[in-house]
Design a protein around this ligand. Structure first.
Ligand code: NAD
Length: 327
């Protein structure tokens, strides 16, 4: 069993990292850290075997630690990751990888120097629907990919508490927080880098960054992609909803998923497949299983690398910058 420390015990740790790590046969939750004393005390009550720390640097010195999960906000990821790698720990870092491209690069370089695993947590690598689509692509269902579209819009009302959304709005809004997953998935599906991005955004007071963005991309192998991410959908409706759609279009067929039909349709050359697919599961147990496996193998297996994280984060920041040029 490997010893894990989790730094940042907020929302994503609450539903993802803490339950997955503490119930994993591969991990022992050895230490936890949060700057918020109430949150730290609450999580410490639920996980009495984990040593609680108010300061992440103290956690990094916890005896026998093998790895840390960094689940704070993006502007602290670089500092924490560099300190963890310098102590010889493996790192699973939440997306977006860091606050700038330079910070992402320094994390990649440090992981290489330390010869430690640096994985970046993107839902696309773990969620069943994304992995099923990737499997169909690899089986040749659609042939060479020409177009990928990923649309994910939801209501800002779903953010609780509201301060949490404001924090994400300060750090770039949905094109950085949500769309970074989709830029990563597009790279993973096509094997192509995002070369050119043009994006438009809706900026509404009091926020500096757009609350809804539509980005079009030209990829390095000639495919094109559309990424849409927003938090304006159904904001004033009685009932809140979400739009979630993934389409992969190739020479030989197309694969489509949408959250309303809860089904995946794959139209291939010689067959059509319709699979019911109730997916909202980010599948953190899979991430922790793969993280442990990667450490055992001494190389990253089935998770996004630091370089993948850098490229997706770069695409998200380029899309954000493009919306500013169009203001
Ligand atoms: N992969 C996913 O599905 C997913 C989902 C949600 C959020 N995220 C990402 O996870 C990260 C955290 O998001 P969240 O929604 O949990 O935020 P959050 O605000 O709910 O929680 C962040 C926590 O980090 C703590 N913190 C801040 N600075 C710290 C520091 N220096 N040391 C220790 N603790 C510190 C805060 O007190 C808070 O408890 C973000 O990068 C976000 O984009 C990923």
């Amino acid at each position: 069993m490997l010893n894990l420390g989790i730094i940042g015990l907020g929302t994503v740790s609450g539903y993802g990292h803490l339950p997955a790590a503490s119930s994993s046969p591969h991990w022992r939750l050895a230490a936890i850290a949060d700057v918020n004393p109430q949150r730290l005390a609450q999580v410490a009550r639920d996980h009495p075997a984990a040593a609680p720390y108010a300061d992440f640097r103290a956690l990094l010195a916890h005896p026998g630690l093998d790895a840390v999960a960094v689940a704070t906000h993006a502007d602290t990821h670089c500092e924490i990751t560099l300190a963890a790698l310098a102590r010889g720990l493996h790192v699973l870092c939440e997306k977006p990888m860091a606050g700038s491209l330079e910070q992402c690069q320094s994390m990649v370089d440090a992981a290489g120097r330390a010869d430690r695993i640096l994985a970046v947590n993107f839902n696309g690598r773990s969620a069943l629907i994304y992995r099923r689509i990737k499997q169909l692509i690899d089986q040749g269902t659609v042939g060479p990919i020409r177009v990928v579209r990923i649309v994910y819009d939801w209501s800002a009302h779903q953010w609780q508490p509201l301060e949490r959304m404001e924090n994400f709005m300060r750090n770039g809004g949905p094109v950085v927080d949500s769309a970074v997953h989709f830029f990563e998935a597009i790279r993973w599906y096509t094997g192509q880098d995002v070369e050119h991005i043009d994006a438009q955004g809706v900026v509404l007071p009091p926020y500096e960054h757009p609350q809804h963005v539509i980005a079009t991309c030209k990829l390095s192998g000639g495919a094109i992609a559309l990424v849409e991410a927003g938090w304006l959908y159904t904001n004033r409706s009685k009932d809140q909803g979400q739009l979630y759609q993934i389409d992969v279009i190739g020479d030989d067929g197309a694969i489509s998923y949408d959250i309303h039909s809860n089904s995946l349709r794959a139209f291939g050359k010689s067959s059509t497949l319709i699979e019911p697919f109730e997916d909202s599961d980010k599948n953190f147990p899979y991430i922790y299983e793969r993280f442990a496996h990667s450490i055992a193998q001494g190389k990253l297996v089935d998770l996004a690398s630091g370089l993948d994280g850098l490229k997706a984060t770069d695409a998200a920041y380029r899309a954000l910058a493009s919306t500013k040029r169009h203001k």
